[in-house]
Ligand binder design. Structure first.
Ligand SMILES: [Zn+2]
Length: 487
C-alpha cells in the first residue's frame, strides 16, 4: 500500500517513494548515552520503530534502518570525567585515560539502552547498524576538511566552525525551522552542542582539546588541531558512510529540528554537495500528567522507574501508539491502565480465535480483507494508529470471536499477526490455564476424607468435607477418586 507521511521539510503530507527500488534507507538520531534514557526519549525511538515496521508491513518495503549512538558530546564527556556510581561499579575503575573513561561510561549506558528498547518491543535485529560516533572520527574529519576547503568553515584557536553567513550566500539556512535572522549573531562562535534559536551563529564542527578531555589528532590546513567532533557533524558523517546520500527518511524528536537537524542539512550540503534526505519526520513531545517532564517536578521517569512501579513496558508502547505521533502525548498512569485494558481486549479476542481450533485453510475472506484494507489505510495515512485501532475495535464489537464465521477465523488470525508485526503487543500462543497450587493442608484433609469414605465412616467424612469447605475448597467425588475445586 502507498504510504503517506508528514514531511517537516515541505510541511505537508507527501506520498513516500523509496529512491533505491523497494529498499527504504532510514536514519534515526539515537540516544546520547550518558544516563538512562527517559520516556520522553523513548517516544522518539518508538515512533521510529512504528515507522519502520509500517514501511515493512503496510508498505511492503525492505528497510535498512540505522540508529546512531552518540557516545561523544558535551554530556558524555562531562559525566565520564566525574564518574558515577552506576557505571563505575559495573564497568571497572576510572582510569587516567579520558578516552577509556568515555568508552566505559558510554558502553554501560549503551547496554542499558539496548536492554530498555528491547523491553519496549523494539527488535534489535531490525537495525542494519547502530554506529558509535567514536568509530567514525576519520569520516567526520574528512567532511570537516571538505567544508573548510569550500570556504564554508574556518579554523579558530584550534577549533573549526561552520560559517553560517557564508553559507547563507549559497543556500538557505533554516529549511526545517524558521530562524530569526534579525537577531542573527554574525561572526559569533558557539561551542556547545545544544543551543537555542536565539543563539543561531557559527556552530562548531570540531572542538579544540581541553585539559583532561578525550581528543583525537586532526590534520587540517597543514596543522594539527587535536580535539573532538561537535555533535552535529557526527550524524552527517555516519549517515553518509552507512546509507549514502541522499537516503530516504530521517527521523527524530521535534526538539532536534534546531539546531541539530538544521546543522546536519547545512554541513552535508556544504561538504558533500548533497542534502541528507528529502523526507524529514519528527514526533511531538511527551508530557507527564499534563506538565513538562522535569526532574524538579518529580515527574521524570526512566523505563526502570516505571517498571519498579509495576508498569509493563509493552503497555507504554501500546499507550504511545494509541495516540498519533504528531500530537503531544500526555503520559498518565490512568492512561497506561486504559491502554493495558484495550491491549488485553485484543489479546482475549486472539485467545478466543485460537480456542476455536480451526486448522489452516486456503480460503480467502472478503470480510477480513475489507477490515485489513481499512486498518492499513489508516496506518498508511501518516501512521494514524488511533484511527487504525478504532477500526479494529469497531470490527471486534460487531464480530464476536466466538461467532465469527468459520472461514474467517484463520484469515482474521493472520491479519492480527500482521498487526502484531507493527504493534508487537500480543501473544499468539494458546492461553495458559492458570493452575493454582492446592494447599498441602487441603490435600491432606481430602486424602483423610477419601480414606474415611472407603471405610464407610460417613460422619468423619462429613466433618472433613466441612473443614475443606471452610478452607475454600469443594470436594467433587468421582468413580475412583475426587477433584478439589476452589470455591
Ligand atoms: Zn543526529
Amino acid at each position: 500500500m502507498q504510504i503517506k507521511l508528514y514531511n517537516s521539510l515541505n510541511k505537508s503530507v507527501d506520498e513516500f517513494k523509496p529512491i533505491h527500488g523497494n529498499e527504504v534507507r532510514m536514519y534515526s538520531c539515537g540516544p546520547t548515552v550518558y544516563n538512562y534514557a527517559h520516556i520522553g526519549n523513548m517516544r522518539a525511538f518508538l515512533f521510529a520503530d512504528l515507522l519502520q515496521r509500517t514501511l515493512r508491513v503496510v508498505g511492503e518495503h525492505d528497510v535498512k534502518w540505522v540508529m546512531n549512538i552518540t557516545n561523544i558530546d558535551d554530556k558524555t564527556i562531562r559525566d565520564s570525567q566525574k564518574g558515577s556510581d552506576a557505571w563505575l561499579s559495573d564497568m571497572g575503575e576510572q582510569t587516567n585515560n579520558p578516552i577509556e573513561n568515555l568508552l566505559m561510561l558510554t558502553k554501560f549506558y549503551e547496554n542499558s539502552f539496548v536492554d530498555d528498547i528491547n523491553k519496549l518491543g523494539i527488535d534489535s535485529s531490525h537495525f542494519f547498524s547502530m554506529p558509535k560516533a567514536t568509530e567514525y572520527i576519520p569520516q567526520m574529519q574528512e567532511l570537516i576538511r571538505a567544508i573548510v576547503e569550500k570556504g564554508i568553515g574556518y579554523v579558530s584557536e584550534g577549533s573549526v566552525y561552520f560559517d553560517v553567513n557564508e553559507w547563507r550566500k549559497r543556500d538557505i539556512y533554516g529549511k526545517l525551522f524558521k530562524i530569526d535572522f534579525d537577531n542573527f549573531r554574525a561572526g559569533v562562535r558557539i561551542d556547545s552542542d545544544q543551543y537555542e534559536r536565539e543563539q543561531a551563529s557559527d556552530f562548531v564542527l570540531w572542538k579544540a582539546k581541553k585539559d583532561g578531555e578525550p581528543y583525537w589528532d586532526f590534520d587540517i590546513n597543514g596543522e594539527n588541531c587535536p580535539g573532538r567532533p561537535g555533535w552535529h557533524i557526527e550524524c552527517s558523517a555516519m549517515e553518509y558512510e552507512l546509507l549514502g546520500l541522499p537516503f530516504d527518511i530521517h527521523t527524530g524528536g521535534v526538539d532536534l529540528k534546531f539546531p541539530h537537524h538544521e546543522d546536519e542539512i547545512a554541513q552535508s550540503k556544504a561538504g558533500y554537495g548533497i542534502e541528507p534526505t528529502a523526507f524529514w519526520c519528527h514526533n511531538e513531545f511527551l508530557e507527564v500528567e499534563g506538565e513538562k517532564m522535569s526532574k524538579s517536578l518529580g515527574n521524570f521517569f526512566t523505563l526502570r522507574d516505571l517498571m519498579e512501579k509495576g508498569v509493563d513496558p509493552i503497555d507504554i508502547r501500546f499507550a504511545m501508539f494509541s495516540a498519533h505521533y504528531a500530537s503531544k502525548f500526555n503520559f498518565t498512569f490512568d492512561g497506561i491502565s486504559a491502554a493495558r485494558k484495550a491491549r488485553f481486549r485484543i489479546q482475549e479476542y486472539i485467545y478466543e480465535l485460537l480456542n476455536r481450533n480451526i486448522s489452516a485453510q486456503d480460503i480467502k475472506s472478503e470480510l477480513i480483507e475489507k477490515l485489513c484494507d481499512s486498518v492499513f489505510a489508516e496506518l498508511a495515512n501518516d501512521l494514524h494508529t488511533p484511527k487504525a485501532l478504532a477500526a479494529l475495535f469497531s470490527f471486534m464489537n460487531n464480530n464476536n470471536a466466538k461467532n465469527l464465521d468459520e472461514k474467517d477465523v484463520i484469515p482474521m488470525l493472520n491479519f492480527l499477526k500482521q498487526m502484531n508485526d507493527i504493534f508487537a503487543a500480543w501473544s499468539f500462543e494458546p492461553k495458559e490455564e492458570i493452575v493454582e497450587e492446592i494447599p498441602e493442608e487441603v490435600n491432606a484433609l481430602a486424602e483423610a476424607r477419601w480414606n474415611a469414605k472407603q471405610s464407610k465412616n460417613w460422619a468423619e467424612a462429613d466433618v472433613l468435607r466441612q473443614k475443606i469447605s471452610d478452607l475454600g475448597y469443594t470436594v467433587k467425588d468421582k468413580k475412583d477418586g475426587y477433584d478439589l475445586i476452589k470455591n
